[in-house]
Design a protein around this ligand. Structure first.
Ligand SMILES: Cc1ncc(COP(=O)(O)O)c(C=O)c1O
Length: 392
């Protein structure tokens, strides 16, 4: 029997966004197309089908956790029957890793939970979140679901986050803004906000407005103009930095992420967390923080394969947005929706559409073999001219 597996609870997004409404600065976009449930349904049932597809759609780490992390998680299975148990010291380990205090840390079942919690704590019931579009849109849809309002600003012509516009809009709506959202580097474009721009934003907006900086892809960045925003927490600014174990640490299916922020902001967020993190991943997280060698290896393999794939695409005449992450966007110069379906037919899953960038395909970096399969499928699909209706 064919069953459909869905990814997380987030598939409702289009409906909520449409019902509650977004304020968009600039041209309106198709809200229904934003994160339609079908886009998050995996097109396979049995495990064998899952295993055979090249999974280049969710920016995961294709290699899986290293031995050190598997060993720590196996050890923690002996606590599977307990509510209270030794947790490996996960909060202290994270605090130490960043040179902050345990009271600066809030754990979530994935950083996605922390993003939701930030929305619930600061932008529910008539409050607003200000950010760019496209970005990690679940932040906006969650705010909409708790009766807040997302105010989204288009990217600049070179697909960067428009800091001037973010400052201007935040100041304009000052009394109603619950927080500002920056995804750095941004998903889906892979572009960074520079350290100077972060300072410009923080210095430019009223000093009591919290700024949520989502650093899910921090570990892949090479550009020296980028820096983490954690030092601003130490400076006493109302900054919330989120990190995840789902990307470089390969623990997406295990669900662990966290916030680094001021104790006062953590105290406002804490009532909204589900407290549903497993014993197993807490131990895995501690081991992952220690295993910097395997993370460096994953980073190198990812960046090498990104360079190889994007160079091939460029040599075929397709422009690629320069990325600092484990994914990139390529401009297909045609509507990507039929192309995504064609990839699916060839057992290659690629990213969903990110309106209004309907000609840009997001591709995650998989293994060398997955990238080879992607390129074979790409050549085949793009050799067929786009149908007239989808060709603009
Ligand atoms: C920018 C960004 N933030 C947060 C998340 C959430 O990840 P998780 O909940 O697995 O930590 C993702 C997942 O793809 C993401 O791309």
């Amino acid at each position: 029997m064919q069953s459909h597996k869905t990814v997380s609870r987030r598939g409702f997004v289009g409906g909520v966004a449409t019902a509650v409404g977004y304020l968009t600065v600039g041209s309106p976009i198709d809200l229904l197309a934003r994160e339609a449930p079908s886009a998050l349904e995996l097109p396979f049932g049995p495990e064998e089908d899952y295993d055979k597809v090249a999974k280049l759609s969710f920016n995961e780490n294709p290699y899986g956790p290293p031995e050190s992390v598997l060993k720590a998680m196996n050890h923690a299975f002996k606590y599977a029957n307990r509510y209270g148990y030794p947790d490996g010291g996960i909060v202290d380990a994270i605090a130490q890793h960043h040179g902050v205090k345990p009271e600066n840390i809030l754990l979530g079942a994935g950083s996605g939970e922390i993003l939701d919690v930030t929305g619930s704590a600061f932008a529910s019931n008539g409050k607003q979140v200000v950010g760019v579009e496209p970005s990690y849109g679940f932040v906006y849809s969650h705010v909409a679901s708790v009766r807040g309002t997302p105010i989204t600003i288009p990217l600049t012509a070179d697909y960067r986050q428009d800091i001037d516009a973010l400052v201007h809009t935040t100041k304009k709506h000052y009394r109603d803004v619950g927080f500002v959202y920056l995804c750095n580097p941004n998903n889906p474009t892979g572009r960074i906000v520079t350290k100077q721009e972060i300072r410009q934003l923080l210095d430019g907006i009223p000093e009591d407005i919290p700024v949520l900086v989502d650093e899910a892809y921090h570990h892949f960045v090479e550009d020296p103009q980028y820096a983490t925003s954690i030092p601003y927490v130490l400076e006493g600014r109302p900054v919330i930095v989120t990190r995840t174990f789902s990307k470089i640490a390969a623990l997406a299916g295990m669900r662990l992420g966290y916030a680094v922020s001021q104790p006062e902001l953590i105290a406002r967020m804490a009532p909204y967390v589900s407290d549903s993190i497993s014993a197993v991943v807490k131990w895995g997280g501690v081991a992952a923080l220690r295993d910097t060698a395997s993370q460096a290896q994953v980073k190198q393999m990812t960046l090498d394969l990104r360079k190889k794939t994007t160079s091939e695409l460029q040599s075929l005449g397709y422009a690629v947005i320069p990325s600092e992450t484990n994914f990139f966007m390529v401009n297909l110069k045609r509507d990507i929706r039929p192309v995504i379906d064609e990839f699916k037919k060839r057992d290659v899953l690629v990213g969903r559409p990110f309106p209004p960038m309907m000609q840009h395909l997001r591709v995650s970096i998989g293994t060398a073999d997955e990238m080879r399969r992607f390129m074979v499928a790409f050549r085949e699909i793009m050799a067929t001219p786009a149908k007239a209706a989808s060709g603009q």
